[in-house]
Design a protein around this ligand. Structure first.
Ligand code: NDP
Length: 240
């Protein structure tokens, strides 16, 4: 079962691991990214996976980007909404731009990508959408009202769209990673990170590959009866 798969934010971190894993599963994988051309070029050179730049927060750009991918590789049947950003700060220091950027990219990106690809999946009666949420969307996190709200929104979005897709062979699930060793977590100050790791029962950060394995399951036939769910992969930090 070889399909065309788009992974947003696929050129670094968790997205990169997802791209590589889906490629090993035999899919034609396309990585989207936001603006870091250098990282994207290095990724494509190393993996042979094409990378396409567009802002997932831009509705028209998503429609155009997905149409271009479909034209070049065929209908898109798997979408992994992984692109995400943080603009942390306590509420009294958080600007409207910080709020809006995170909502626009993290949550708006899921809507935009679904608008571009869900109708085709529905028509073809097969599709897989996996949205990358977060433990902080489940439990909240100090200094992240924007990020927690956007990620929490992803979990609601997933359940609602899953109901619309179910009769048409389209499954929609979310994965809520705990703290994973990527550039995003490298930006967390060391003393804060030490406290976070102390709260993880397995005693370590997760790896990007551990999230990719969850995506591989949800996008395969093994995951066909699973829809509207949130798979928590967090080392036991939040048992939800
Ligand atoms: P990284 O910061 O390492 O990578 C983010 C990726 O998203 C990059 O490829 C980046 O592209 C892309 N991106 C950012 N903004 C946009 C945009 N507007 N349009 C398209 N692509 C964009 O993140 P992680 O790998 O750590 O995280 C991946 C996902 O997992 C995110 O949704 C994050 O919220 C979630 N997550 C991460 C956790 C962690 O501990 N790392 C924990 C829980 C959830 P470019 O290189 O061009 O900037």
């Amino acid at each position: 079962m070889s399909k065309v798969a788009i992974v947003t934010g696929g050129t670094r971190g968790i997205g990169e691991a997802i791209c590589q894993r889906l490629k090993r599963q035999g899919h034609t994988v396309i990585a989207n990214y936001g603006g870091n051309d250098e990282a994207a070029a290095a990724f494509t050179k190393a993996t042979g996976i094409p990378s396409y730049k567009w802002d997932v927060g831009d509705h028209e750009a998503c429609l155009e980007g997905c149409a271009k991918v479909a034209e070049e590789y065929g209908p898109v049947d798997i979408v992994v909404n992984n692109a995400g950003i943080t603009r942390d700060g306590t509420l009294h220091k958080m600007s409207f731009e910080d709020w809006n950027d995170v909502m626009r990219v993290n949550l708006g990106g899921c809507f935009n990508m679904a608008k571009a690809t869900f109708p085709g999946m529905r028509e073809r009666k097969w599709g897989r959408i996996v949205n990358i949420g977060s433990i902080n969307g489940q439990a909240g996190q100090y200094g992240q009202v924007n990020y927690a709200a956007a990620k929490s929104g992803i979990h609601g979005f997933t359940k609602a769209l899953a109901q619309e897709g179910a009769k048409f062979g389209v499954t929609v699930n979310a994965i809520a990673p705990g703290y994973i060793d990527t550039d995003m977590v490298a930006a967390v100050p060391e003393p804060v990170l030490e406290k976070i790791v102390a709260q993880i029962p397995v005693g370590r950060l997760g790896t990007a590959e551990e999230i990719a394995r969850g995506v591989a399951f949800l996008t395969s036939d093994n995951g066909a009866f699973m829809t509207g769910s949130t798979m928590s992969i967090n080392g036991g930090q939040h048992m939800y």
